[in-house]
Design a binder for this molecule. Structure first.
Ligand SMILES: [Zn+2]
Length: 640
């Protein structure tokens, strides 16, 4: 069973329960060649902390002494590895060396007989140079074999490998058909040639199209991906498991993996590595070391590079900053940068799981940052949900944030003349009322703008001004003060609500007499009281609202189900009413437009209010996961 503990977009920190223990993801499985132990499985476990490895059952089966031992004592004892053992089936051998002379059933049964935790179907490796017809035909066979493997897998878990070469529709279709089978892990297969040839843009298409069809309740394994350079980017696209044979292969070849690429010992000018394997060595001393011994040092060095990067990927997911890391890593090679640019084309899909707000600030690392789904979301919400308070606009250049503090007297001046202040930010036009909403205030951009940002801001601003129907637009310096009175806090209070909950819900929330409770210390809005009821509280961190029970009740009356709601089963009602979190298995239905970290109203099946909280997962995930928190419920006066 797979549980999502923490997420950052498609990336997730998960717990995968197997009979050999819980595997925390993202995880990398070093490939262990049962015939050559460059680094022993025991060392992988004890020294490097790898909790899972992968080995090849086809090689074991074809080596009589190994086969006999594996069947007599089991893989865990034979390899002396107490963690999770995954086995590959010979599919990769067929890609490397042509036909393999075994059947799928034989391979599945053999993997069971040696005590594999996660076995693999003998699927058909779809080569990138295959025609679409050939690929489609082979998938039919792969699907049949996978179905059969599920029927006979017994206690063993099974890998259902998504194939489909470079054809996105075939990948998605294959994934969809596998999603309904009793599969435990989904490797994305047939991608090694793409990675070897640096065809990363196609790799992006392959991963995303597979993810679209797959069931989110299973870990996704990017078969053959193990270079530290690619880990952050692949995790960003929702890959949970990786494996590496290269750490040993490269070592045998006198090649060292680093975060920015792989280097031959012969070409290197100096060692410059401080990992435990290299410590005490210089390039000269390494070159003089006996070949066997050196191979071991280099393999250990390569493993340390992998574990370091994987730890960093986990940390960035936890901090909600994986985009930053992936964008930085993709600068290691122009083809990776190409891939990052390609990912922009998939931003509508990426947006589904992108959180409404994050704890930390967003960093702009370059024009590719504009491909993040958050830019598109801001644009869509502003265009659809913003209502300008006046019909005249005053244009301000970008400045220090928050804009309303930096431009305090100028904003006041133009407002008294009946103008709405609009700042031209790297996100596009930002009306003064929205300047504190995430990520507008919680982001850092270089002051010297790039051309792409300038052009996009200009284009977006033009479309925005036109859509809003301003009759007069001018630079703020050209405006003389007037005598019009306005309430900046009330304008902000309503604009943020529309941006967050939509126009209709805002009408219900801002009804009758409105009182604003403002912090004496910071001057910021804290509570919204409508007709004597405390309906909303504004969070200082992300400038967005927490929905109070009185506010939730109004939304329930005004907005039809299941909008803004998570509907839970009767069994969960007493727990949720007492402030306990909503777990996936108790959710009957949920608004599919809710994004992670968005406000949710938890109701019973008769639409009675039980609690309010924040979504951790989206509907599609909640429906498929059997474990984990769907909505983090707010209890008592907790306003986070
Ligand atoms: Zn090193």
């Amino acid at each position: 069973m797979f549980e999502i503990v923490r997420r950052d977009g498609l990336a997730r920190l998960g717990k995968f329960e197997t009979r050999s223990g819980i595997l925390e993801t993202p995880a990398l499985l070093p490939v262990v060649n049962p015939k050559i132990n460059t680094v022993t499985p025991r060392e992988l476990y004890d020294e490097f902390g790898f909790r899972a490895i992968i080995t090849n059952s086809y090689i074991i089966k074809n080596n009589p002494p190994l086969k006999e031992r594996a069947q007599a004592e089991g893989l865990h004892k034979m390899l002396d590895f107490p963690g999770v053992i995954m086995t590959d089936s010979g599919t990769f051998q067929s890609h490397m060396y042509g036909e393999v002379e075994v059947t799928n059933e034989e391979m599945v049964e053999f993997q069971k007989s040696i005590g594999t935790d996660i076995g693999t179907v003998l699927d058909i490796f779809t080569e990138p140079f295959w025609t679409k017809e050939q690929t489609a035909e082979s998938i039919v066979t792969t699907l049949e074999r996978t179905k059969h493997a599920c029927d006979i897998k017994g206690e063993m878990m099974i890998n259902g490998v998504v194939q489909g070469s470079i054809y996105q529709d075939l990948r998605e279709d294959c994934a969809r058909k596998m999603a309904v089978m009793d599969i435990d892990v989904h490797p994305i297969g047939g991608v090694v040639p793409l990675m070897e040839q640096y065809r990363y843009t196609e790799l992006v298409d392959v991963i995303i199209s597979s993810k679209k069809g797959l069931n989110p309740n299973r870990p996704v394994h990017l078969f053959g991906a193990g270079h530290p350079m690619i880990l952050a980017f692949a995790a960003l696209m929702g890959c949970d498991l990786f494996d590496s044979a290269s750490y040993a292969k490269f070592a045998r070849d006198d090649r060292m993996m680093f975060i920015d690429g792989t280097y031959r010992l012969a070409d290197m000018q100096s060692l410059d590595c401080n990992c435990p394997a290299c410590r005490g060595h210089t390039l000269e001393s390494l070159r003089k070391t006996d070949k066997k011994e050196r191979e071991k040092i280099l393999a250990r060095h390569n493993l340390y590079q992998i574990t370091n990067e994987l730890a960093l990927v986990r940390r960035y997911i936890r901090e909600g900053r994986l985009w930053d890391l992936a964008e930085i890593r993709c600068r290691a090679h122009p083809e990776l940068l190409n891939a990052l640019r390609r990912l922009k084309e998939h931003r509508t899909f990426m947006e589904l799981t992108d959180p409404i707000s994050r704890d930390g600030a967003m960093f702009y690392t370059g024009s590719e940052t504009r491909g993040r789904p958050i830019f598109e979301r801001y644009r869509n919400r502003l265009m659809e949900r913003y209502i300008p308070p006046t019909d005249k606009a005053a244009i301000f250049p970008d400045s220090e944030k928050p804009y309303s503090k930096h431009y305090v007297s100028d904003f006041n001046k133009v407002r008294t003349a009946g103008y709405t202040p609009i700042v031209l930010s790297p996100f596009g036009p930002v009306p003064a009322e929205l300047d504190e909403v995430y990520p507008l205030a919680q982001s850092l951009f270089p002051q010297i703008a790039d051309r792409e940002t300038e052009e996009e801001t200009e284009e977006f601003t033009e479309a925005f001004l036109k859509k809003m129907g301003f009759i007069d637009v001018r630079q703020f310096g050209d405006i003389e003060p007037g005598e019009i009175e306005y309430d900046a806090d009330l304008l902000r209070a309503k604009a943020v609500s529309r941006y967050q909950f939509g126009i209709e819900a805002t009408e219900a929330l801002f009804r009758g007499k409105i009182e604003l409770v403002v912090s004496r210390k910071t001057g910021k809005i804290r509570n919204i009281i409508s007709d004597g009821e405390h309906v909303l509280s504004m969070r200082a961190g992300d400038g967005l609202y927490t929905l109070r029970p009185e506010g939730a009740k109004r939304v329930l009356k005004a907005i039809p189900s299941p909008k803004m709601r998570a509907i839970v089963m009767d069994d969960a009602v007493p727990y949720v009413s007492n402030g306990r979190n909503v777990f996936c298995q108790f959710v009957i239905d949920m608004d599919e437009e809710l994004r992670p970290m968005e406000e949710v109203i938890v109701v019973d099946k008769d639409d009675n209010l039980l609690a309010t909280g924040r979504a951790q997962l989206i509907k599609n995930e909640v429906k498929s996961l059997r474990k984990g928190i769907a909505v983090r419920v707010r209890s008592g006066n907790d306003e986070s």
